[in-house]
Design a protein around this ligand. Structure first.
Ligand SMILES: [Zn+2]
Length: 242
């Protein structure tokens, strides 16, 4: 039995998002776009992997075939062993990339200098090797403290977390279970976290089912994080403000 309406749950979540550790610093942490936005951001973390391919080529091919906007958060260590794949992601005009730490460190365990090095590693690599700038940053494990938030602000980064967890690396979850869960928790303006480094078990199936379901049933279009935050909702429609 559900006592709460989805609206009430959303209000509670929004309230919780404004509280939590860090107080004022936490206000800079972005977990979703505007509720008025008829879009969702599909985001894919590229955490480092030991052995194996480290790249979900079938998933990326499916996104490319459907020209589905998506945002990839690249760790420096992953980039170091996936040059061709980085170039493929950068080549698709409907994809955008952010960064996800150098070595996937637990940032709150590091001092400020080490945090800064961890945050800047993949930003510098993107700039020097690929000529690409990005301000989107997602801390490894979603872990941060006030130093992390402060550093990100001083580096001009947008601190992107999520408000919907796919759980795609969990071997106990079926594709159907993930789709059912996400269909329930995803709201307009939502940001969903997946993996495209080969650690997601059913990510491609889930994304394909979700894309069809969200679009057909709720009119929610996949969009990049930047479009979700800057060009959608709050009385705007995407296409405006160019
Ligand atoms: Zn990660």
């Amino acid at each position: 039995m559900r006592a709460r309406t989805p609206q009430a749950v959303g209000a509670v979540l929004a309230l919780l998002a404004t509280l939590g550790p860090g107080g004022g610093a936490d206000a800079q942490v972005i977990r979703a776009g505007p509720k008025a936005c008829r879009g969702v951001a599909l985001t894919f973390d590229m955490c480092p992997v030991r052995g194996g391919g480290g790249y979900d080529a079938a998933l990326v091919a499916s996104l490319v075939a459907e020209r589905t906007p998506a945002t990839f958060f690249l760790s420096g260590r992953w980039m170091a062993t996936h040059d061709e794949e980085v170039r493929a992601l950068l080549a698709a005009p409907f994809f955008e990339v952010g960064t996800h730490g150098q070595a996937h460190a637990h940032l709150p365990q590091l001092d400020a200098a080490a945090q800064r090095a961890e945050i800047e590693g993949p930003i510098v690599r993107l700039r020097t090797t690929y000529g690409r700038e990005t301000v989107l940053f997602r801390p490894p494990y979603g872990e941060y403290d006030e130093t992390t938030v402060d550093l990100a602000a001083r580096l001009g980064l947008r601190f992107i977390l999520w408000n919907a967890v796919s759980g795609d690396p969990d071997p106990s979850l079926s594709a159907e279970a993930i789709v059912r869960h996400l269909s329930e928790v995803v709201r307009p303006g939502g940001i969903i976290v997946f993996h495209a480094n080969g650690k997601g078990r059913h990510t491609r199936e889930v994304v394909e089912a979700l894309r069809a379901d969200l679009l057909a049933r709720r009119g929610l279009e996949p969009m990049t994080v930047t479009d979700l935050l800057d060009r959608c909702g709050e009385g705007r429609t995407h296409g405006d403000h160019h």
